[in-house]
Design a protein around this ligand. Structure first.
Ligand SMILES: Nc1ncnc2c1ncn2[C@@H]1O[C@H](COP(=O)(O)OP(=O)(O)OP(=O)(O)O)[C@@H](O)[C@H]1O
Ligand SMILES: O=P(O)(O)OC[C@@]1(O)O[C@H](CO)[C@@H](O)[C@@H]1O
Length: 317
C-alpha cells in the first residue's frame, strides 16, 4: 500500500462566494447568487485528491461551532477527518465573482492557544510514515508563531515524509530561510508570493526561473511557480519547463492553485517524471476552474486535459 497523504490547514475558511454582474466600489450591489463551501487551502487540496481517488487525511484546526459544512464535505468524499476542534467559529472568507474576475476578502481567523497547536502536531505526525506526502497550506491564524511551518517541516521530514508547502509572507520566509536544514520537498508560490520571498520584482521568465533555482540551491527539490493564465513553471534539478492550457470555462478561480498542488501530490505519489507532474498539475488546475467549489470533474476529463497541456522546455534560461 502507498504511504498515506495528509493535508494540514491551520487556518481553514468557509468560502462565501457571491456572484455580481460587476463590482463598483462605493455602490449598492444586488447579488445574482451565493454559495458556501468548506475551504482553506489544505481542505481544497484534500477535496481534489479525494475526487481523483487518492485516500487522504485532512488535519488542522476547526472552530467547533460551525463545522457542519466541513463534516458534510469529508463524509461525502470519504476524507479522513483529523481536524482538532477548538472553541468558536471558523472564519468566513468572502469571494466576489465579477467582471470575469474574483476579489478575495480573507479574514484573520481564530486565536489559537499553544495546546491546540501541540494537539495538531501530534495528530499530523501520527499520520505519516516514510514516503508519505504532507501538504502544509495557507495562512496562519492570528497570533501564531511564524516558525510553525518550519518546525512542522522539520518534524515531518524527520519521519521520512515529503512536505509540500504552499504559503506566503513571514511563514514562507521562516520555512525557506538560508540555513534551515530540513526544507520542503516542494513549494508552490504564485508570482507575488515568490517576489515577496525574494524581495524584488520578477517581471519575466528568466527572473522567475532564477528565483526558483535559489530555492533549489537551498535544498527544495521541486519548485512550481503558478502564473494564472500563463500556466506554471516547474523547476527541478532534472529540468525546467513551462506548462499551460487554455481554460474553456471559469466558474471561479478560487482554489485553482490548490487543485494544482493536489495534482503535484497525485503525480508525485506515483513517482512521475517532471513533465508528467506538470501535465497532471495543470490539468487539475484548469479542470477546477470550470467547477464551483473545490471540486474536480470526472477523471476522464482531467486525463484528456493532461494530454493537451502545452509544455515548453526552458532548460537554457
Ligand atoms: N485564466 C486561466 N487560464 C488558464 N489557466 C489558468 C488560469 N487561471 C489559473 N490557471 C491555472 O491554474 C494554476 C493556478 O492558478 P494561480 O496561478 O491563479 O494560483 P494561485 O494564485 O495560487 O491561486 P489560489 O491561491 O486562488 O488558489 C495556474 O498555474 C494555471 O495552470
Ligand atoms: O487566507 P489564506 O489561508 O491565505 O487563504 C484562504 C483561501 O483564500 O485559500 C483558498 C483558496 O486557495 C480559499 O478556500 C480560502 O478562502
Amino acid at each position: 500500500m502507498k504511504p498515506p497523504v495528509v493535508t494540514v490547514t491551520l487556518n481553514p475558511a468557509i468560502d462565501q462566494t457571491i456572484t455580481l454582474d460587476r463590482l463598483r466600489p462605493g455602490s449598492v450591489h444586488r447579488a445574482r447568487a451565493v454559495r458556501f463551501d468548506a475551504g482553506g487551502k489544505g481542505v481544497n487540496v484534500a477535496s481534489c485528491l479525494a475526487d481523483w481517488g487518492v485516500p487522504v487525511s485532512a488535519a488542522g484546526i476547526l472552530g467547533k461551532d460551525n463545522d457542519g459544512l466541513f463534516k458534510a464535505l469529508f463524509a461525502a468524499k470519504n476524507i479522513d477527518d483529523r481536524f482538532v476542534r477548538t472553541a468558536g467559529d471558523t472564519r468566513v472568507n468572502i469571494k466576489l465573482v465579477h467582471d470575469g474576475d474574483t476579489t478575495d476578502i480573507n479574514l484573520p481567523g481564530l486565536e489559537i492557544t499553544p495546546d491546540v497547536f501541540a494537539a495538531v502536531t501530534t495528530s499530523v505526525l501520527s499520520l505519516v510514515r516514510k514516503g508519505s506526502l504532507a501538504v502544509l497550506a495557507g495562512s496562519l491564524p492570528a497570533g501564531t508563531d511564524v516558525g510553525i511551518y518550519r518546525e512542522l517541516t522539520a518534524a515531518l521530514s524527520g519521519r521520512g515524509a515529503r512536505v509540500l508547502l504552499d504559503t506566503s509572507g513571514a511563514p514562507m520566509k521562516a520555512a525557506l530561510a538560508d540555513g534551515v536544514r530540513l526544507l520542503p520537498y516542494c513549494v508552490k508560490p504564485n508570482r507575488a508570493e515568490l517576489e515577496g520571498w525574494i524581495g524584488h520584482p520578477l517581471p519575466d521568465m528568466a527572473s522567475l526561473v532564477g528565483a526558483a533555482r535559489v530555492l533549489l540551491a537551498r535544498g527544495v527539490r521541486l519548485v512550481v511557480v503558478s502564473l494564472g493564465e500563463e500556466g506554471a513553471l516547474f523547476v527541478s534539478d532534472a529540468a525546467t519547463l513551462q506548462a499551460s492550457l487554455s481554460a474553456v470555462a471559469c466558474a471561479s478561480t478560487v482554489g485553482a492553485g490548490d487543485a494544482m498542488v493536489a495534482g503535484i501530490v497525485a503525480a508525485s505519489r506515483d513517482e512521475a517524471a517532471l513533465e508528467d507532474i506538470a501535465r497532471l498539475a495543470t490539468a487539475f488546475a484548469v479542470s477546477k476552474l470550470g467547477q464551483a467549489g473545490p471540486n474536480l470533474p470526472p477523471r476522464w476529463e482531467v486525463e484528456a486535459r493532461a494530454a493537451d497541456v502545452t509544455i515548453i522546455p526552458l532548460n537554457d534560461l
